[in-house]
Structures are given as C-alpha cells and as structure tokens.
Design a protein around this ligand. Structure first.
Ligand code: SF4
Length: 365
C-alpha cells in the first residue's frame, strides 16, 4: 500500500468512526453511478458505513429492500444451483446454452484456509484465474473476490457469482431467484441483474489487466440463471452487457475523487452514531433526486432535507432541466405568480411558468 493510499484509508477510518460497517457490492456501485454527483453517498460508501443504521439514527429508516422471505428463497435457490460442485449449473450450461464444457475444475474462493481477509482472498482469486488462463484448465470459480477503484479508493467486491472459463474466456454467471416465464422476465429485475453483472465484468477485467492479460478475456455477455415459470427449476439465458459496461465505466471515471470530497467534511467530524451525526451528514452536500427512493437507504432523510430547503431537486431531473438552473421552489412559484421579475436569463422560463399557472387556474375554476 502506498503512503497516499494509507493516508486515504486512515482518513476514511476516522470519518467512519464507530459507525457499523457495510461493504460495497455491485448494487451499491451501480446506484453510485446512477447519482454520481452525490458527495454524501460517495463518502458514506467509501468509508464503508452501513447507511441503513445512519438513516435509522437520523429518524428516517429506509423502507425498501428484500423481504426476509425473498432473501431465504434466493439463498435456497442459489444453494440448489450450486450444490455438488455446481452440478445443476453445468447441466444448464451444457444442455440449455449448448456450451461445450469437456472437463470441470471447481474452486470455491470463499475462504483461503483459515484466512478470509479481503486482500488474501483477492490474491488467491488472481492467482487461480491467472493459472486458468495460462493452462486452459479450471472451469468454475465460486465466490471470487474482486476489487474496483471507486473515486480513488479501493472497494472489495464479493460477488455471489461464479466465474466460468471456457476456451480462455471468462463469463460472469449470476444466479437470481426471480421467474422467467415463457422466456420473459420482469424488465426491472433483468436490468438490475445486468447492471450488477456489468460491475463484476469491469472488476474482473481490472484483475486481468493486473495479470497482464487483455481485459477482453472477460466476455461482454453474462449468463443469468433464474427460476423457470415460478417453479424451483432453473433456466439460463445470456445477457448482452455492452450498454451497461459503457455507461457504468463512464460514470465511474467521472466520480469526483474521494480525496477532494473528504475536504468537504468538517475537521474532526465522523459518522459515529450520536449527537453530532446529523450535523456531519448535513455538512456534506447531497443531490437528492426521486430515483434515490429506490436506490439509497438515506432517501427519506435526504428528501425531507430537500423539501425543507425548498429545493427543486424533489421534482426530478426533467423538471430541474426545464427550470434552467432556478433551484428554489419559492422562486419558481413567485415567477409563476408574477410576483417576481425575472432576470433576462430566465425570461423564457418565467413566461412558460406564467402560462402553466394560468392554465392551472383555468382548469381549477
Ligand atoms: S438519498 Fe441522499 S445520500 Fe443517497 S444518493 Fe440520494 S441524495 Fe445522495
């Protein structure tokens, strides 16, 4: 670890304080890229803080997430597909996707002896994937430990996926318990699975770059295993990830460096639960958007803050764009009602608002 990395790690440890930890995963990273302008989320995630606890401490417990029933069902479905060295998975790959997999080597990378630290597991993953590419042997790698640079800080990812190697090419295999009925699945769930797989593909490509291999040795297609027609039987399908890879890769490269975000935090402040927490959170700029409601644990807290501030962000990005930089709801209403004279730069928008207000009054009459 370089001195700069050590300093960054220490600063993030200080910022986390005594807050409970939670690790990055593909869902948190794809959510981060959906709202790349939010410094608050970036810092909470970089410091590996459990945002659910922070939201509860602020008095706004998150109201989304999987039900215990769905989690149990997902775990038992995955265990069934991976049982006996992924026997069922191999059947699917061979029979349903027609992949020619002559010999199978299965490695579970969940632990390395008694040592399960992230860095040791990452080194072991790197070693085995490298050997597989050198020798062409080794087919299935369960629970690989991967990592990605997120705004200059290293995030370890422990995917519940299997890395499949066939003929010198790796595929990410993701197992989800939602249903595929007559070849169709819920588009939102498929989109979410595709985004998560894309994060893992990017992380695997980074690992291969470190090994000196071409990142193209990780396929831009992933293999989704889901439940067939609401049964407990699995079905496999390929997902083309080229769009998700381009979007997430671009957004990750645009994230502001964590170093400069740390400068926004008041000296000595931390996310330790207690009296000072609310002040620390408020001091870090956020960028609330309605999409936060489905992707970030702090959504209720940030929405309440944005409403109190009269921010137009609560209305969504489309409306914000239409308002051309006017960021306060009182200003918008005053322009609509004609009680505020617009500057030349907002004359068109004020005219549009006055027309909308007149229309609204006409309809309400
Ligand atoms: S809910 Fe708050 S912290 Fe989370 S992404 Fe949205 S603005 Fe940022």
């Amino acid at each position: 670890m370089t001195l700069a990395q050590k300093t960054l790690t220490n600063r993030l440890d200080e910022l986390r304080g005594a807050a409970p930890t939670s690790r990055h995963n593909a869902r948190t990273i794809s959510a981060l890229t959906a709202n790349p302008g939010c410094a608050r989320r970036a810092l909470l995630d970089a410091a590996a803080v459990d945002k659910t606890v922070i939201a509860q401490e602020l008095g706004f417990p998150p109201q989304f997430g999987q039900s215990p029933f769905a989690i149990t069902r997902g775990n038992s479905f995955e265990a069934m597909v991976k049982a006996h060295g992924c026997a069922e998975l191999l059947r699917l790959l061979r029979e349903e996707l027609g992949l020619s997999i002559p010999e199978v080597g299965y490695h579970d990378l969940a632990t390395v002896g008694d040592n399960a630290t992230n860095s040791i597991r990452y080194q072991r993953t790197k070693q085995l994937l490298g050997q597989a590419l050198d020798s062409g042997q080794g087919t299935l790698f369960d629970h690989p430990m991967l990592r990605l640079e997120i705004a200059g800080a290293t995030a370890y990812l422990e995917p519940d996926v299997v890395a499949l190697q066939i003929g010198g090419k790796f595929y990410v295999v993701e197992i989800k318990s939602f249903a595929i009925v007559d070849g169709q699945a819920d588009p939102a769930q498929v989109a979410s699975a595709a985004q998560q797989s894309a994060v893992y593909v990017l992380a695997m490509r980074e690992l291969l770059r470190e090994l000196g291999y071409s990142p193209d040795a990780v396929a831009h297609e992933s293999i989704l295993v889901a439940a067939r027609d609401f049964t407990n039987r699995p079905v496999a399908a390929k997902l083309d990830l080229r769009k998700q890879l381009a979007v997430i890769g671009r957004q990750l490269s645009r994230l502001t460096s964590i170093d400069s975000l740390l400068d926004l935090v008041p000296a000595g402040a931390s996310f330790t639960p207690g009296d000072g927490l609310s002040d620390t959170v408020s001091a870090i700029p956020s960028r609330y958007a309605p999409e936060c409601m489905s992707s970030c644990e702090l959504a209720f807290a940030c929405r309440s803050e944005a409403r109190t501030q009269g921010s137009v962000d609560t209305l969504g990005r489309g409306v914000c764009d239409d308002l051309g930089g006017i960021d306060n709801l009182d200003t918008v209403l005053a322009l609509a009602e004609g009680t505020l004279e617009p500057g030349p730069e907002h004359a068109d928008i004020a005219e549009m608002l006055r027309q909308a207000q007149a229309l609204r009054l006409e309809v309400a009459r």
